[in-house]
Ligand binder design. Structure first.
Ligand code: SAM
Length: 243
C-alpha cells in the first residue's frame, strides 16, 4: 500500500515504549484479559458503539496495536468504508495482522507503521480517528492531537479511550494495589516480563486526568469535547470534533 512501513525518528521515551511493546506483543492479548479481568473487551465494544462511526466512513485507528478496535470497526464501516490501523511498532502490527487474517477480517483493512506525532496523511483525510490505550504512550501528546486534527475532515471526530482518574477513594486504593502489586507479578508469571507491566502501571498514573485531557484537546483545535467515565473512571472516553 502507499502507507508502507518506514523508518520513524525516535526519542528516548519512544525508544522505551518501543522496547515495551516489542517485548509484550506476543503476550499482549492474553495479558489484557488477565489484567482487566476481561473487562477491556467491554470497554472496547462500548467505545466503538458510541463512536458514531457509520457505514462508508474512512477511519484511522491510531496506536491500533494488535487490531482489537479495527476488528470491531470494520463491520461498521462495511465494504465501502476503510479502516487504517496505524501503529509505531512493527511487532504489534505483525501480531494484529496475523490475528485478523485468521479471523478472515483483512479485506478493506490497511496497516501502516507510523508515529502519531507526524501522520503520513494529507489534511482532511478521515471521518474519524480512534485511539484506544495509545495516547498515554505518545511522547508529545499536544503534537499528536494537533496532527490528528489536521488529518480529520471538518466535522470529523476524534475518539480516545484511555486510562484516567478513578473517582472514588476506596476504589482508588484497591486499584493501586492491583496495579503496583498484582500487575507486575502477572507480568512476570505469564509474560516473563515484570518491568514492562511496571511501566504500564506508571504510565497510567502519569497520564492527564479527564479534565486535563479535555483542555488539551480544546487547545489542539477540537470542539464539543465530551467525557464519559467507565468503571468509575478507570478508563474514560473523550469524544471531540474538528470544528
Ligand atoms: N489500541 C490497541 C488496543 O486497544 O488493544 C493497542 C494499545 S497498546 C496499549 C498501545 C499501542 O500504542 C502500542 O501498540 C504502541 O506501539 C503504540 N504506540 C506507542 N507510541 C506510539 C506513537 N508515537 N505512534 C503510534 N503508535 C504508538
Amino acid at each position: 500500500t502507499h502507507f508502507g512501513f518506514r523508518d520513524v525518528p525516535v526519542g528516548d521515551k519512544q525508544k522505551l515504549v518501543g522496547q515495551v511493546f516489542t517485548s509484550v506483543a506476543r503476550s499482549y492479548d492474553l495479558m489484557n484479559d488477565l489484567m482487566s479481568f476481561g473487562v477491556h473487551r467491554l470497554w472496547k465494544r462500548h467505545f466503538v458503539a458510541i463512536s458514531g462511526v457509520r457505514r462508508g466512513d474512512r477511519v484511522l485507528d491510531l496506536a491500533g496495536g494488535t487490531g482489537d478496535i479495527a476488528a470491531l470497526l470494520k463491520p461498521v464501516v462495511g465494504a465501502d468504508g476503510e479502516v487504517v490501523v496505524g501503529d509505531i511498532n512493527a511487532a504489534m502490527l505483525g501480531v494484529g495482522r496475523d490475528r485478523l487474517t485468521d479471523r478472515g477480517l483483512v479485506s478493506g483493512l490497511r496497516w501502516a507503521q507510523l508515529n502519531a506525532e507526524a501522520l503520513p496523511f494529507p489534511d482532511n483525510s478521515f471521518d474519524a480517528v480512534t485511539m484506544a490505550f495509545g495516547l498515554r504512550n505518545v511522547t508529545d501528546k499536544d503534537k499528536a492531537l494537533a496532527d490528528i486534527c489536521r488529518v480529520l475532515k471538518p466535522g470529523g471526530r476524534l475518539l480516545v479511550l484511555e486510562f484516567s482518574r478513578v473517582q472514588n477513594e476506596l476504589f482508588n486504593k484497591l486499584y493501586d494495589f492491583h496495579s503496583f502489586k498484582v500487575l507486575p507479578k502477572l507480568g512476570r508469571l505469564f509474560a516473563g516480563d515484570a518491568d514492562s507491566y511496571q511501566y504500564l502501571a506508571e504510565s497510567i498514573r502519569k497520564h492527564p486526568d479527564q479534565q486535563t485531557l479535555k483542555g488539551m484537546m480544546e487547545r489542539a483545535g477540537f470542539g464539543k469535547v465530551e467525557v464519559r467515565n467507565l468503571t468509575n473512571g478507570v478508563v474514560a472516553i473523550h469524544r471531540a470534533y474538528k470544528l
